[in-house]
Design a protein around this ligand. Structure first.
Ligand code: ADP
Ligand code: MG
Length: 613
């Protein structure tokens, strides 16, 4: 076949293949255009999951009647100056309208300030009509009907109407978070309407918009983050570990106001929560990054949702550091979701650790604590015994009887005055073989001993793990892993770090590494998989977090298996030692799986419950 120049429509359809993946992409492009035009109200209507109709009406600057033909022509934009590295608008490629026009029926009606009348233009499967006068308010109405009717192959790939409608909702929510001062409405026969009233562009307003999108319970269950490093600033909100989701949909990230999806950010979020969340749970988060446009490339993909940071390690480090710090310094609280009035009176534990740490004169308890952690307990019982399984057969309410030693009774007599001022107070009793009841000057505390101990063992193991090199085990025959040459280079460059974690690798020809030792804690492990995962991780982020995370996970599993089970009878000293240890251990307010380790009921609330106040 001879070489020929493709027709304009053909070129636009090829571009549409990337820019307009599905109806939600149309909504995204049109809403971005409205925002770039300075709109304060954006009204979106859809039908048939957006395949039948997408209509976006805005009150922005509008398009002059003389410019409508340009607006739907390829590579025509009013946004990009001469510098592709200095992009401050959401659009810049001049591709969206011509792409949409090449695969659907597109109508644009618009009027600019001061113009007597508006004008309208239509594009059907790439054919552009003459501009004609039309009655219009100031602003722009863009209507897209029969999306992909001109490209039936693409139409076949669409999911159900419901799924497409939901994807549109997600786009609107995601975008709306970054523009609190803009009012968004989304309606149509294919959905329940969504209305996001405008709020002040202040921190409070921003949080109010976030609550509109993420649910009213999010603010109370999240922590604010705000930090900067080397020209990159991060602000936003992240959920507390006990407020989790089954998927990562409620994770929103913005770079200079642009909604983005980025593997680096998703990975860093996982890393930040690795210690406090079960593996199949996901935090909810809203993160705003601001940095010099020069330091980030948004021209990675036509959909403009991917970005490339000049220094990914910096962004990752800033994120993990900031979020971990927020989680630690808040003394992790338990979620308030689904709390009935009664239960919500039980304050989820939230002391700030350290205040009453060992330095505060409770050193003596450390010995007692160690004694009971090493003391015998029944390893045969499942550590995963459900919490709150009250009334086991053969167990009386207070575990009295033969087990009621003098020590135990002592704990039920008068509290030790010197302990009442500690965050978790003085232990008074153990009930149902798992719950320690303690008392402070103004509250009642209930500790889940299994969950608490598991956390403490985990923290101790991790500390040991990262304080000194991890034990390695020599392989009888070194294992050779074939890799692309640059992956091998990167791995070898990190050999010293990997060695600290017990993984000994060395170069083995141009496209391979030889593994001589693996971390003993991992036991028999799939070396090939581990090395490849590490190579991916280093390529993505230039770190060796995979190995660290795997080891932390093993520490977590070991902690779970090695912890005092519920069911173990504790002496008063042992209970108090556990409380003191919790007070001095960061993150001990939740177990490794993010469940709270204790709850607190204020005396004032108890009085309220009994109608005394
Ligand atoms: P881009 O947004 O990358 O510039 P588009 O194809 O999305 O490319 O839009 C082309 C041009 O049409 C924009 O640069 C802008 O000048 C104009 N335009 C599109 N939508 C609107 C709108 N809602 N209000 C005002 N101008 C618009
Ligand atoms: Mg655009």
């Amino acid at each position: 076949m001879p070489i020929r120049q493709l027709s304009e429509t053909m070129i636009n359809r090829i571009a549409a293949g990337e820019v307009v993946e599905r109806p939600a992409s149309v909504v995204k492009e049109l809403v971005e255009n409205a925002l770039d035009a300075g709109a304060t109200r954006i009204e979106i209507v859809t039908a048939g999951g957006g395949l039948g109709l997408v209509r976006v009406i805005d009150d922005g600057t509008g398009i002059g009647s003389g410019e409508l033909t340009m607006a739907v022509a390829r590579h025509c934009t009013s946004k990009l100056s001469n510098d592709i590295h200095d992009i401050r608008s959401l659009g810049f490629r001049g591709e969206a309208l011509p792409s949409i026009g090449s695969v659907a029926r597109l109508t644009i009606r618009s009027r600019i300030d001061g113009a007597e009348a508006g004008a309208e233009i239509t594009v059907v499967a790439g054919r552009v009509t003459e501009t004609r006068p039309a009655a219009a308010n100031r602003g722009t109405m863009v209507e897209v009907r029969d999306l992909f009717f001109a490209t039936p192959a693409r139409l076949k790939f669409m999911k159900s109407e419901r799924a497409e409608a939901a994807a549109i909702t997600d786009v609107v929510r995601r975008t709306a978070i970054a523009f609190p001062a803009v009012r968004f409405t989304l309606a149509g026969s294919d959905r329940t309407p969504l209305e996001l009233p405008a709020v002040e562009p202040t921190p409070e307003g921003r949080l109010a918009r976030i609550a509109q999108v993420m649910g009213a319970e999010f603010p109370a269950n999240s922590l604010a983050v705000d930090a900067g490093r080397e020209g990159v600033h991060l602000a936003g909100h992240v959920s507390i570990p006990s407020f989790t989701r089954a998927n990562a949909l409620q994770q929103y990230a913005y770079v200079n106001g642009r909604p983005i999806r980025d593997r680096l950010i998703a990975g860093a979020l996982r890393g930040a929560y690795a210690d406090v969340l079960a593996r199949d749970r996901h935090p909810a988060s809203v993160l705003f990054f601001s940095l010099d446009p020069e330091l980030v490339d948004v021209n990675v993909h036509p959909a403009k949702a991917d970005v490339r940071f000049r220094d990914p390690g910096l962004v990752r480090g800033l994120m993990v550091g900031t979020i971990r710090e927020a989680l630690a310094s808040s003394g992790v609280r338990a979620a308030t979701t689904d709390a009935s009035a009664m239960v919500s009176a039980f304050r989820p534990g939230a002391f700030s650790y350290g205040r009453n740490g060992p330095a505060n004169g409770h050193r003596g308890f450390d010995a007692a604590f160690r004694a009971f952690t090493t003391g015998g307990f029944d390893p045969g019982r499942s550590p995963h015994r459900p919490l709150g399984a009250f009334g086991e057969p053969g167990q009386t309410a207070f575990d009295a009887g033969p087990l009621a030693s003098a020590d135990q009774r002592a704990a039920q007599d008068l509290p030790d005055e010197t302990l009442l001022d500690a965050d978790l107070g003085a232990a008074r009793a153990q009930v149902h073989r798992n719950y320690i009841v303690a008392q402070t000057r103004d509250s009642l505390i209930i500790v889940d001993q299994h969950a608490a101990h598991e956390r403490l063992v985990y923290e101790a193991l991790k500390e040991a793990l990262h304080a000194r090199p991890v034990a390695a085990q020599m392989l009888l025959i070194p294992e050779v892993v074939d890799l692309p040459a640059d992956d091998a280079d990167r791995l070898v460059a990190h050999a010293a770090t990997l060695q600290r974690f017990g993984l000994a690798i060395e170069r083995f020809g141009p496209g391979a590494v030889a593994v001589r030792e693996t971390p003993a804690m991992l036991g028999e492990t799939n070396v090939q998989q581990l090395v490849r995962d590490l190579a991916d991780e280093i390529a993505d982020n230039d770190t060796t977090d995979t190995l660290k995370m795997r080891l932390d996970r093993i520490a977590s599993t070991m902690a779970c298996h090695g912890s005092i089970r519920s069911g173990r009878i504790l002496k008063a000293d042992e209970m108090n030692a556990l409380l003191r240890q919790m007070e001095s251990t960061p993150g001990s307010a939740t177990c490794n799986h993010g469940r709270p380790t204790y709850i607190e009921l204020k005396l004032a609330d108890i009085e309220r419950l009994f109608g005394r106040r």
